[in-house]
Design a protein around this ligand. Sequence first.
Ligand code: SAH
Length: 244
Amino acid sequence: MTGSLIIAGLGPGDAALVTPEVSAALACATDVVGYAPYVARVPAREGLTLHPSDNRMELQRAGEALKLAAEGRNVVIVSSGDPGVFAMAAAVFEALEASPQRQNLSIRVLPGITAMLAAAARAGAPLGHDFCAINLSDNLKPWLTIEKRLRLAAEADFAIALYNPRSASRPDGFARALEVLKEAGCGERMIIFAHSVTTPKERIEILPLQEARADMADMATLVIVGNSATRRVGRWVYAPRRAS
Ligand code: SAH
């Protein structure tokens, strides 16, 4: 039996941003595993079994995908954006560490366009100089670690991409994150709220951080905080290529 597991990213939403490599993998798959809204983006066809699962089931989902591949299936496990960015690739390798007998399986990771890059492209070039990305979810790390990383990123003058800014189960964290950034002297920096980028619901808002309200973000929003030199040119925002 020669099963395989491909860990693929479906991009931020627009079908045109699924890479040809990922489309080819999906065309050869016998099974697609993933969080239900992402599996719903894969067209059904004969011979393809879809395995949608709930949110926060990453480890079980990864284990199921490895098991199917070990049984000889051609499995694609899907994430939105890029599978290595706050997504399934790390969960699969975590599951693999716990199942050494599966380590000889054929496993490949196929990159996708992550939300931060799609959002940056809409705004101009806010990630044109040094930047970092922080996941604001405290499901898997203490909130104090998030605050520390925000403060140090501000001090280092990185542009900062914020994933998972706010959800129904975490309504207050983003307001606190904005406070931390203001306390760290980022009030006059530009902040970009990129909502549902590359989908019909896309909305982009750009304003000074001190005027931002927490309710401008939800789970479908990618937030970018500019660095101290980030500026506007016409309707665009960009980070100059030089820093002092
Ligand atoms: N692997 C994904 C990220 C998963 S974490 C990637 O590489 O993009 C989920 C978070 O990604 C969301 O809370 C949001 O912050 C961001 N996100 C995903 N798709 C998005 C989109 N189309 N527009 C804006 N933000 C998006």
